[in-house]
Design a protein around this ligand. Structure first.
Ligand SMILES: Nc1ncnc2c1ncn2[C@@H]1O[C@H](COP(=O)(O)OP(=O)(O)OP(=O)(O)O)[C@@H](O)[C@H]1O
Length: 263
């Protein structure tokens, strides 16, 4: 469903500030596969997501979504197929608009023609039904300004907005990292439910190794622009955080400071 083939990305090439972010990364996700991505600081995780989203055009390599080469398409041209939730709860929603208006925008984004037809009673009912799945009591508050919601509520709403137009690909960029542990846990649970419910092909970057092991069907570890470890569901199920740290040390011959990967 999502293929990244031999992707390289270099920033400020040929200058003193040259940074090689991705060194020939190849990663293929089957439909419904949920891959968690961990790695040390500067490993290239966010760059990989930016390339998958179309925010960055890779230096070399190709990006394929559902069999179509989308390498040359910008992020807004992929928006129907590729949805994304960012770390910052403020990034995914419009604070001065109410919940209903935000949901209407997300709803139209998923439509081919993108015509705004206002919020009909049927849509309002749909929005309320979808909000109810979050179990945050937001469904009677469709007219509440999103800026008044807590970070966790906004992030849950961002997730709902990203998923309910049925994208082919869901990209999650440390989307629970800015939340307190309880809210992070809630959003992680909602993520797992949404991925399952909509059978979404998902790539999730996280610094939380325990979360990376618990969520998803596959785990990849990145370091210095490469994928250095790729665990399938069965292996992941029997792997511990200590195992991951041990693997990292073994592969790179370097001692890893836990804090660079753990929140
Ligand atoms: N826009 C940019 N301009 C210049 N260099 C960049 C840019 N984005 C990323 N880099 C560099 O590319 C490398 C990979 O960065 P990236 O943000 O993808 O890593 P990451 O694994 O997401 O790191 P972190 O866990 O710290 O967020 C780093 O060396 C970083 O400094």
């Amino acid at each position: 469903m999502l293929r990244l083939d031999d992707i390289t990305q270099t920033f400020f090439a040929g200058t003193a500030n040259e940074r090689v972010a991705l060194r020939g990364v190849t990663l293929a996700l089957e439909p419904g596969e949920f891959v968690t991505v961990i790695g040390s600081n500067g490993a290239g995780k966010s760059t990989l997501l930016n390339v998958a989203a179309g925010k960055l055009r890779p230096g070399t390599g190709t990006v394929t979504v559902a069999g179509a080469d989308v390498t040359a398409l910008a992020d807004h041209q992929r928006a129907r197929d590729v949805a994304r939730v960012f770390q910052d709860p403020m990034a995914g929603t419009a604070p001065h608009m109410n919940i209903e208006e935000n949901l209407a925008l997300a709803y139209e984004r998923g439509r081919r023609r993108g015509l705004r037809r206002g919020v009909t009673a049927a849509k309002r009912e749909l929005f309320a039904r979808e909000l109810a799945t979050l179990e945050l009591g937001l469904e009677p508050r469709l007219k509440a300004k999103v800026g008044m919601l807590s970070g966790g509520q906004r992030q849950a709403l961002s997730l709902l907005m990203a998923t309910f137009s049925h994208p082919k690909i869901l990209l999650l960029d440390e989307h629970t990292a800015a939340l307190d542990p309880q809210r992070a846990e809630l959003v992680a649970r909602l993520t797992a439910e949404a991925v399952e419910r909509h059978h979404l092909t998902t790539l999730m970057v996280t610094h939380n190794m325990e979360q990376a092991l618990r969520l998803g069907t596959r785990l990849v570890m990145m370091h210095e622009g490469r994928i250095i470890l790729d665990l399938d569901a069965a292996t992941k199920a029997t792997t511990t955080v200590a195992d991951l740290l041990g693997e990292f040390e073994k592969i790179k011959g370097a001692r890893l400071d836990d804090r660079t990967m753990l929140q």
